[in-house]
Write a protein that binds this ligand. Structure first.
Ligand code: KE4
Length: 426
C-alpha cells in the first residue's frame, strides 16, 4: 500500500486538490492529509497502520462510533434486498416516523442526499410559502454550498450579502442578508430595513462551523419572536445538532420550536442523507402536493434509510444524551485545564458532546471574536496532536466531538497529549 504522501500525489492527478471536500486537504494546518484505511469504534487507522482516537467522526455523522454492529446488520440485510429502486419503500416511512416522533417542529419530513440539499430545499420552500425573496443568515454560520448561502457580510449598516466565492451571482447574493451571531438588535435592524421582504431566517442553533458557539441567553427566543413579528419563517439548521444534542436536537435541548428544520450527518449513519421538515401547513406546499418543486434520484435511499433507522433506534435508548453531555464536559474542562497549566491563552466552549478550544483569550460569542483565534498556533497544535495519535479537525473553526464509543480513557489520553503539546508550544 502506498503511503499518504504517495496517495495524495496520485489523487491530485485526478481530483481537484486531491480531495472531494476542501477541508480534507489540510491546507490550513500545513501538512499532508492522512489517507484513511479503516475505522472501528472510537479509532481510525491510516494507510500506514497508524491508530488515532477519532474526535472528528466524519464531521459529526459517526456519533455511535465507527462500524456500530446495529448499523452494519441493518445495512447488510438491506444490501441483499437491493440498493436503490426510485420507488417508495416502507423503510422510508419508518425513518420519517422516527424523525417526526423525535423532532418537535416536524409534522412532515422529506429526505434528500446531503445537508446542502436539505438547506437549499428548505430555503426554496420558505420562499414559496411566504412569497418573499430574502433570507437572513449569520456571519460564521455554514449551511452547505448552495449559491444563496455562500454570501458573506458586505459593508454598510444593513449587510447585504456579497458573493463569498466566484460563481455566485451578485443577484443571488443580494437576496441574502447577514447579521452577527448572538446579536438580536442587529437582526431587528436587518428585518426593519427589508420589511415584508424576508422569507426566512436560518441559523445553526449552536454554531458548529466557527468552532462551537452556544446561543446567548434569550437569543433563540428572541429570533422566534422577531420572525413572528415580521412574518418570516425561522429555520434551524440542525445538520450538526440534530440527534447530536438530544434526540430532538437543539430545539429540544433549548425548548424553542422553529418553523422548518434541516437535518443530515447523523441520520444517515455514515451514508449520504439530508432531510428537511416542518409543520404540515408549510410542508404541504411541496410537490407533488403543492407548487414548490424539489426532487432527487437517491432521496430516501434504502441503504441510507437502513443505516438511519439503526442509528436513531440506538440513540433512543435511555441515558444516551446524559452520557454524551458528561463526556463533552470532561473533554472541555480537561482541555481548558491543560491550556491554563501551560499558560496558553484559550477560551473553551461546550454544548452536549460538541466542544471547542479557541486559542484566544475570548470570550467567543460570534465570528468577530472567534476569528481572533490564533490559527497558526492551532496548526502547530494540530500537527503535534496528530503525531500523538489524536484525530482532530484540521481547522480551529470546527467542533471536537465525543461519541458513544469515546471512552473516558480516550478523553483522558487526549487531555494528557494536549497538556504535553501545549507545554512544548508555550
Ligand atoms: P453537507 O452538504 O456537507 O452534507 O452539509 C452541509 C452543512 C449544512 N449545515 C451545517 C450546519 C453543516 O455543518 C454542514 C456541513 N458541515 C461541514 C463541517 N462542519 C462538512 C464538512 C465538509 O465540508 O467537508
Amino acid at each position: 500500500m502506498l503511503n499518504s504522501v504517495q496517495l495524495f500525489e496520485e489523487a491530485q492527478k485526478y481530483i481537484p486538490g486531491g480531495v472531494n471536500s476542501p477541508v480534507r486537504a489540510y491546507k490550513s494546518v500545513g501538512t499532508t492529509p492522512r489517507f484513511i484505511d479503516s475505522a472501528k469504534g472510537s479509532r481510525i487507522y491510516d494507510v500506514e497502520g497508524r491508530e488515532y482516537i477519532d474526535f472528528v467522526q466524519s464531521w459529526g455523522p459517526m456519533i455511535l462510533g465507527h462500524g456500530a454492529p446495529e448499523v452494519i446488520e441493518s445495512v447488510t440485510d438491506q444490501l441483499k434486498r437491493g440498493t436503490s429502486f426510485g420507488a417508495p419503500t416502507a423503510l422510508e416511512t419508518m425513518v420519517a416516523k422516527a424523525v417526526v416522533d423525535a423532532v418537535p417542529s416536524i409534522d412532515l419530513v422529506r429526505f434528500v442526499s446531503s445537508g446542502t440539499e436539505a438547506v437549499m430545499s428548505a430555503i426554496r420552500l420558505a420562499r414559496g410559502y411566504t412569497g418573499r425573496d430574502k433570507l437572513i443568515k449569520f456571519d460564521g454560520n455554514y449551511h452547505g454550498h448552495s449559491d444563496g448561502l455562500l454570501a458573506s457580510a458586505g459593508s454598510g449598516l444593513v449587510t447585504l450579502g456579497i458573493p463569498s466565492t466566484p460563481g455566485v451571482t451578485k443577484g443571488n447574493a443580494a437576496d441574502t442578508l447577514i447579521a452577527p451571531y448572538n446579536d438580536l438588535a442587529a437582526v431587528r435592524a436587518v428585518f426593519e430595513a427589508s420589511p415584508e421582504e424576508v422569507a426566512c431566517l436560518i441559523l445553526e442553533p449552536v454554531a458548529g462551523n466557527m468552532g462551537v458557539i452556544p446561543p446567548a441567553e434569550g437569543f433563540l427566543q428572541g429570533l422566534r419572536d422577531l420572525c413572528d413579528e415580521f412574518g418570516a419563517l425561522l429555520i434551524f439548521d440542525e445538520v450538526i445538532t440534530g440527534f447530536r444534542l438530544a434526540l430532538g436536537g437543539a430545539q429540544e435541548y433549548y425548548g424553542i420550536t422553529p418553523d422548518l428544520t434541516t437535518l443530515g450527518k447523523i441520520i444517515g449513519g455514515g451514508f449520504p442523507v439530508g432531510a428537511f421538515g416542518g409543520r404540515r401547513g408549510i410542508m404541504e406546499k411541496l410537490a407533488p402536493l403543492g407548487p414548490v418543486y424539489q426532487a432527487g434520484t437517491l432521496s430516501g435511499n434504502p441503504i441510507a434509510m437502513a443505516a438511519g433507522i439503526a442509528v436513531i433506534d440506538k440513540l433512543s435508548r435511555p441515558g444516551t444524551y446524559e452520557d454524551l453531555e458528561a463526556k463533552g464536559k470532561r473533554l472541555a474542562s480537561g482541555l481548558k485545564a491543560a491550556a491554563e497549566s501551560a499558560g496558553i491563552p484559550a477560551f473553551g466552549t461546550q454544548v452536549g458532546s460538541m466542544t471547542c478550544l479557541y486559542f484566544t483569550e475570548g470570550p467567543v460569542s460570534d465570528w468577530d471574536s472567534a476569528s481572533k483565534a490564533d490559527t497558526d498556533f492551532y496548526a502547530s497544535y494540530f500537527r503535534a496532536m496528530l503525531d500523538r495519535g489524536m484525530w482532530l479537525a484540521p481547522s480551529q473553526f470546527e467542533a471536537c466531538f465525543a461519541s458513544c464509543a469515546t471512552t473516558e480513557a480516550d478523553i483522558d489520553a487526549l487531555i494528557a497529549a494536549a497538556g504535553e503539546v501545549l507545554s512544548e508550544l508555550a
